[in-house]
Design a protein around this ligand. Structure first.
Ligand code: EPU
Length: 439
């Protein structure tokens, strides 16, 4: 297994290009199942989760080609023929977002067999709301052998009120509703920018959707969809952009995130401003620089447009370097503070009580060997490693490959001293050192 080695204390400066958004790419890839034919997607991030999703689509009979025209971000998919309607355990257990095939498979072939995703490092993460919405559209479900088996004769529009504004749940219901007979209203829907991107993609295939980006979606079902006439470009990743901007802020540097979805990042921009950073925005780029000290800023994670839970761990890392104490409340997931224990090991002073972390800023961080537990916790530890004195070694970095494209290259481009070391190399180095010591 690879590890990441970071020599801290280096200021990050320069411009970084933001990749396509993971959480927009995943539902959009799946949505191609709704329109039989050839699809071309641009700005698809090169991530392990994207590969998982492409292999899942391959398993149901829809092949894809990555790297169209020599561009690694361009993907062509052929969804003409659907051979199976199953998402097996060996795929779903690797990536929870596989559950997104449920809605499209039911809409396209009237049945779906999807392994139930279990809990994960950040929480229990049930899918009851996905099922509730799809049931309202006429689907019936049976849970057996760890699978949810769904079937439907005819999808019919319905008025659905979600108990929680779930992101992938809203996407699943929306993808089934576009092919239902009549009108579907989803109330208390998630309003995340990635849902807006999915709606835009579905519209480019002929769907009729209104209200995306608000808490009420209205979908007027159509009998069939066809592939978009032009290649569709996935939106930029607001979480990747936010992570690099915080890397600039924590090292007292000057970082510009180019290709960031600026309008979707208001909460993070406001928090950075409040913390004493200077923030300059253009239509598609954000520059964050800092010359003075950081001030503490309390945040509370909320559904969009509130402060995103996917930036909480990174914010905690930043606040370890602020003056005074900051309170960070996690309201979306019940167990999303796994980074705190690792940050402690680097010298951070954080009190944890239930869903609230109180960070006593100004602690001197020192490099340590730390363990990544999930994607955003990993990002948080990288930020701490960049600010720490000495060397940080981060283990279990496969989480990062799921959500940050070319992370090491991008950090190096900003001046960070960071490298990826494979265990084989580490062992080999160990051997040669030992050997030379003996000699
Ligand atoms: N929930 C339910 N019932 C459901 C669905 C969700 O109770 O049927 C609860 C969850 O347990 C959680 C809350 O609702 O407490 C919100 O969960 P949500 O369903 O919105 O999360 P998700 O759709 O599984 C997506 C992103 C996550 C991101 C969350 C919140 C994708 C593929 N994943 O997950 O991204 O944190 O929305 O914004 O879009 C990440 O990228 O690191 C990541 C975890």
């Amino acid at each position: 297994m690879d590890k990441l080695v970071i020599d801290g204390g280096v200021q990050l400066n320069g411009t970084v290009s933001i990749s396509g958004a993971k959480n927009a790419a995943l539902p959009i890839l799946v949505a191609t199942l709704l329109a039989p034919g050839e699809h071309e997607l641009h700005n698809v991030p090169e991530l392990v989760d994207v590969s998982f999703m492409l292999s899942l689509l391959g398993r149901v009979g829809c092949p894809s080609l990555v790297g169209i025209g020599g561009r690694p971000d361009r993907v062509r998919l052929d969804t003409t023929r659907l051979a199976f309607c199953e998402a097996p355990y060996d795929v779903v257990r690797k990536m929870r977002a596989s559950v997104l095939v449920l809605g499209p498979l039911l809409a396209r072939c009237g049945e779906a067999h999807v392994s139930l995703p279990g809990g994960c490092a950040i929480g229990v993460r049930p899918i009851d709301q996905h099922l509730k919405g799809l049931e309202a559209l006429g689907c019936t479900f049976r849970l057996e052998g760890g699978y949810v088996h769904g079937s439907v004769e005819r999808l019919v529009g319905a008025d659905i009120t979600l108990d929680v504004p779930t992101v992938t749940g809203t996407e699943n219901i929306m993808m089934a509703a576009v092919l239902a007979e009549g009108i579907t209203t989803i109330r208390n829907a998630a309003a995340e920018p990635e849902i807006v991107d999915l709606a835009r993609f579905l519209r480019s295939m002929g769907a009729r959707i209104k209200g995306d980006g608000t808490d009420t979606l209205e979908i007027d079902g159509v009998p069939a969809l066809r592939p978009a006439r032009k290649p569709y470009a996935i939106m930029g990743d607001r979480i990747e952009a936010g992570t690099y901007l915080l890397a600039g802020a924590i090292t007292g540097g000057d970082v510009t995130a180019k290709g960031a979805p600026v309008e979707d990042m208001t909460a993070v921009i406001e928090a950075l401003n409040e913390s004493g950073c200077s923030v300059e925005c253009t239509v598609d780029s954000i520059r964050v620089s800092r010359s003075g000290p950081l001030s503490s800023v309390a945040i509370s994670t909320q559904p969009h447009p509130g402060f995103p839970t996917d930036m909480q761990a990174q914010w905690v890392a930043l606040m370890t370097q602020a003056g005074g104490s900051s309170v960070v409340q996690e309201n979306i997931f019940e167990n999303r503070f796994m980074h705190v224990a690792e940050l402690h090991r680097m010298g951070a002073n954080i009190e944890l009580a239930g869903n609230t972390a109180t960070i006593h800023g100004g602690a001197k961080l020192t490099g340590a060997t730390v363990m990544a537990t999930d994607l955003r916790a990993s990002a948080s530890l990288i930020l701490a490693g960049l600010a720490a004195e000495g060397t940080t070694e981060m283990l279990r970095i496969y989480h990062l490959d799921r959500g940050y494209e070319r992370l090491v290259g991008k950090l190096e481009q900003l001046g960070a001293s960071v490298r990826r070391v494979s265990e084989e190399t580490a062992v080999a180095v160990g051997v040669s050192v030992a050997t030379s010591a003996v000699v």
